[in-house]
Design a protein around this ligand. Structure first.
Ligand code: SAM
Length: 315
């Protein structure tokens, strides 16, 4: 049995910054609750292993941040923002950009040609170009994880982009010095489980994996995410492995927060041979489904879904 916690307060730090782009599964409406847990845990190190739009990492105030995703285009933007020299250059270039198809297709072409490992093979110039073009693609199209779609030639999208340009300054400093990774979260967890001495005290790991395949919610309802390295599948087996690894982390120094829906609970509960007695299930709030099949209006209404956190500690 999990300990059920029906309520969690928000922790409003009054310093909201938007994510890097509109993103399927983005935690814009939940990061304040994550911030509360991070605050309770007195975290000094925060690992955001499925960071996506980075909205959580951008809005969490901790000394050390580790930010990871499999999507190379997102990662190169995190990387540029983590360094003072590149952050300013990329932002200045975006500030000067006009919303037009020419730039969009230039960005597309740039990324079509880049197949190499972004963090190890990119020069400083590549980081600036790669982050600039990636950010253009992410914000010239509607949904972050659907960045292969074409240029959106509407006034609404152009105004969105202009608002984004006006707010660029809010990104400054928020990922300064963060350690940026472009790996499978499962590999990172496996490494931490094997070398627990590498985990520093007061660490919080936040896991916001792709939807379970059963939830026809995401843009890729079968649990696949397109990333710079081809199609990345995070299906049932990966969820199970993630839970097993998370459960092996040392609770005294490493707190884990997992985002999920109710069906995660069943999965957690039925994990063969594992006692999840030390885990809590926290009800956060009900939110309208914004992406995928579930977002279609029924009788003029949007479906809602309950959001939960699963934690290896109690509050
Ligand atoms: C639900 S989204 C995360 C949303 C994010 N928390 C936000 O607020 O924007 C899941 C993310 O996991 C990434 N992903 C998928 N498989 C992964 C893996 N094996 N390791 C790390 N990231 C992965 C996807 O690229 C996607 O960005």
């Amino acid at each position: 049995m999990l300990t059920y916690i029906p309520y969690i307060p928000e922790y409003n730090m009054g310093m909201y910054c938007k994510g890097l782009c509109t993103y399927c599964g983005g935690k814009t409406r939940l990061y304040n609750y994550i911030a509360y847990l991070v605050y309770l845990c007195r975290a000094e190190t925060f690992l955001d292993l499925f960071a996506g739009s980075a909205v959580t990492s951008l809005n969490i105030n901790v000394r050390n941040k580790v930010i990871n995703d499999m999507n190379t285009k997102l990662v190169v933007v995190y990387y540029a923002l983590s360094r003072k020299d590149t952050a300013g250059l990329v932002m200045a270039r975006i500030k000067d950009t006009k919303y037009c198809s020419k730039i969009f297709y230039e960005a597309h072409e740039y990324w079509e040609k880049r197949k190499d490992n972004v963090l190890t093979d990119f020069s400083d110039q590549d980081i600036c170009d790669g982050a600039y073009y990636a950010w253009i693609l992410l914000n010239f199209s509607r949904i972050g994880s659907k960045i292969d779609s074409g240029f959106i030639d509407t006034k609404e999208q152009m105004y969105d982009f202009m608002r984004f340009q006006d707010n660029l300054i809010s990104y400054l400093g928020r990922l300064d010095g963060a350690l940026v990774k472009n790996e499978s979260a499962l590999d990172i967890l496996e490494n931490l489980v094997e070398s627990q001495e590498k985990i520093s005290d007061n660490t919080v790991i936040y896991l916001d994996p792709p939807y379970l395949p059963s939830k026809k919610r995401g843009v890729n309802s079968n649990g696949t995410y397109k990333d710079g390295k081809g199609t990345n599948v995070f299906g049932r087996e990966s969820h199970k492995r993630m839970l097993e690894l998370a459960d092996k982390l040392p609770r005294d120094k490493c707190k884990v927060i997992i985002s999920g829906y109710d069906d995660m609970y069943n999965l957690y509960d039925t994990l063969g041979g594992n006692d999840f007695g030390e885990w809590s299930k926290i009800y956060v709030k009900s939110l309208p489904v914004m992406f995928g099949d579930g977002s279609k209006l029924k009788d003029g209404k949007r479906a809602v879904e309950d959001e939960y956190f699963f934690t290896n500690f109690t509050i």
